[in-house]
Write a protein that binds this ligand. Sequence first.
Ligand code: MD3
Ligand code: FE
Length: 222
Amino acid sequence: MLSCDRSRNLFEDRVDAPSAAESLAPGAMLLRGFALSAAPLLLQVLEPVVAAAPYRHMVTPGGFRMSVAMSNCGTAGWVTDRSGYHYDACDPLSAKPWPAMPACFAGLATAAAAEAGFAAFAPDACLINCYEPGARMSLHQDKNERDFDAPIVSVSLGLPAVFLFGGMNRSDRAARLPLAHCDVVVWGGPARLRFHGVMPLKDGDHVTLGRQRVNLTFRKAL
Ligand code: MD3
Ligand code: FE
């Protein structure tokens, strides 16, 4: 049962209500708790997606194994290997198309984008990042998509993380932004090509996801 103490922070499911959109920078909007009501369904439909296309540690063109385990759903999926980064209609592990994007995934992404001022966002790719304690993502830009006019919508689930929000140059000082279960961020316009990353995940025990953080990033790739 939910306790009456709204100040506890034991990584239990959030008891707070979604709050109003908060501007982080031009084009970047934080929607705290936006995925709260959708989360049980999101996690339910995620199961068959990752059963069909299991999380895997991809290798960067430089030969490094990524600490984040990844999968995809949608008509295109982001992949990296020794030959480079690209979007592909098929999962290289199965040689079959990525699982379809569940309607509740696309619906949440479109609604979040609209809330942030980006009408009619129609994602065709959802990259699913699975972090275990210690996993991190170094500063990078997302620029494998064809159309930078479309925003990227990110949905955080499970353990909290510290997100790094940098500038247009890798060497620009990055702001630190804590992201919790069900926080949604919309990155568009002038924020779309900013460098960003995730600090190493701290250990913890989330009530539904255990020792995991799952991040869904919705993109218009094609
Ligand atoms: C800011 N994922 O998959 S999502 C990625 O939490 C990625 O797993 C992180 O960066 C994660 O590429 C961060 C937030 C995000 C996504 C795209 C952005 C922030 C962004 C594009 C531009 C600026
Ligand atoms: Fe990224």
